[in-house]
Design a protein. Structure first.
Length: 207
């Protein structure tokens, strides 16, 4: 009888211990999940950049570098994943940077509305219009009974990829200057003493 009671008592202790251990693990797991969730939410709010903020920075950059183009095509470019570009960002910023690039590329692949918004480009001393129709790169003019083709330049741009402190920006800017004439360059900008400066240019293509 004593052995039987001891066996029941031992089983009860084992069951209580197992239950306690399970509760301990679940409590710890919940705390870990909650901690990482709070870290993730905090990081999102620290590194988040609204579309309006990105356009504001485009206008600042255009003004500070005296960007000069008569025409910008409304179709928005996307920055590609490139370690050479992203070396300019700190480890803290890299998650946000990769997320911004991924969202740009996802929008493009899903054919979401991906256009530069003319009303948000306010710095216009360097150019006169945002083109909504596919632009012609040449125009014909008559001169002395001859037809002459003149190149008509335009640019396409991406929205900037930004660091969390809004002091480093990456933009892809394509220049089209006529038939078989053009180039695409990734520009890395840094804000120094309140002014944006080009610190690096990475040529992506040339024609």
């Amino acid at each position: 009888m004593g052995g039987y009671s001891g066996g029941i008592f031992g089983a009860m202790i084992n069951e209580v211990s197992s239950h306690t251990l399970t509760n301990f693990i679940m409590t710890k797991s919940k705390k870990i999940i909650l901690t990482f969730s709070l870290i993730g939410i905090s990081y999102f709010f620290i590194s988040y950049h609204s579309e309006n903020k990105k356009y504001a920075i485009i206008n600042e950059i255009f003004k500070d570098i005296d960007f000069n183009s008569e025409r910008i095509y409304h179709s928005q470019l996307t920055v590609e994943f490139d370690n050479e570009v992203f070396k300019n960002f700190s480890l803290f910023d890299k998650i946000s940077v990769y997320s911004q690039v991924a969202i740009q590329n996802l929008k493009e692949s899903l054919h979401f509305s991906n256009e530069i918004k003319p009303n948000k480009i306010t710095y216009k001393s360097g150019f006169s219009e945002i083109l909504t129709d596919y632009p012609k790169t040449t125009i014909k003019i008559k001169e002395n009974h001859r037809t002459i083709l003149l190149a008509k330049e335009y640019y396409s741009i991406s929205l900037p990829i930004l660091s969390s402190d809004n002091k480093t920006a990456v933009m892809l800017i394509n220049n089209y200057c006529g038939m078989l004439c053009g180039s695409g360059t990734v520009y890395i900008f840094k804000k120094v003493d309140g002014k944006w400066k080009v610190v690096e240019q990475i040529e992506k293509w040339i024609s």
